[in-house]
Design a protein around this ligand. Sequence first.
Ligand code: ASP
Ligand code: MG
Length: 424
Amino acid sequence: MARLVMKFGGTSVADLDRIHNVARHVKREVDAGHEVAVVVSAMAGKTNELVDWVRSMPLATGAASPIYDAREYDAIVASGEQVTSGLLAIALQSIGVDARSWQGWQIPIRTDNGHGAARILDVDGSEIVRRMGLGQVAVITGFQGIAPDNRIATLGRGGSDTSAVAVAAGLAADRCDIYTDVDGVYTTDPRVEPKARRLARISFEEMLEMASLGAKVLQVRSVELAMVHRVRTFVRSSFEDPDAPGMGDFDNPPGTLICDEDEIVEQQVVTGIAYAKDEAQISLRRLADRPGVSAGIFGPLAEANINVDMIVQNVSEDGSRTDMTFTVPASDVEKAVGVLENVRNGIGFDAIQSETGLVKVSVIGIGMRSHTGVAATAFKALAEKGINIRAITTSEIKISILIDGPYAELAVRTLHSVYGLDKQ
Ligand code: ASP
Ligand code: MG
């Protein structure tokens, strides 16, 4: 017997038929003797609709800020999950499973005061654990908790993955199963490379890189939380027949386990290839080479909320001038150039050059720590396809390469194949 958190996203609870299907997934685990808590999202599209309603409302008279009241935003958008938790509890009761719905505040799931983008501080699992011991299933609203001001706070879009991991940590669950519309984490995007394979296991560190690079299976914050609390997290499909062979195999169900690297026995050198589109490159030419210059550039960019990614600075030839290149999302490039023009006099550089339509392709694998030549393999393979590299950055477990947009798919497929990730 194990203690299990099962999380179902918006497409998995999109209509009443699917909610009944979810109930069968839950019943399967309950019948196998496990203690189960469920975390649900709002029905697909519901949160968007609620957010649109808020945005269409007039602002308060004399409002100082051009934004609606965040506490009322939370009161409204949190309602989507309340509906699904109640519906699923009823669906479970109708097939003989004892179930009760729970909103974040009832547990409570405590958050900070950051209404609209709150962080979970603590989950008090005691009452849920007591009831699980009596055989009752808790159906918990994702995406929300209660803030110190005693009001509902939501976690930011996609936040129910994070709720599920936090609940799993709070209940000391053996595993957090995330049921979604894909059946696991793949070696790369299967739409780009049909030979992509589903990974049986991936480490927290690798998943964090894959998730933040746009492998949009899980909210990045949920992976961070899983890594900090060592929550074994399993990504699997909710669309399979709940009673198909193997679905209830607790130790080896179909999907991808995100876990500690010690649990990964057959470690590959490279685990996956990720890519991020719509990158822009900004280069500052003949920049003064003295202390404080980088701070003078990236400080103002950070203050303007511009997310800078790759940063490459040359070693200067003459000790007085150098070049600096970095990337930002293409949508921020004009804003970034404006910020830099403003600080130009204080810093001193000859020219700003910018280019959009670029793609960052990344090779990810914890095996890189102990293997040499991984980067050289990538560069050689790309050269053979005539793909020019604009910038390179590396970390212990990742090599990122900036290239021109039209070569993105070719680069992903080339790298996927050169590291032996193609399906046999
Ligand atoms: N329903 C929320 C959203 O659409 C939270 C979630 O589904 O993760 O963002
Ligand atoms: Mg989601």
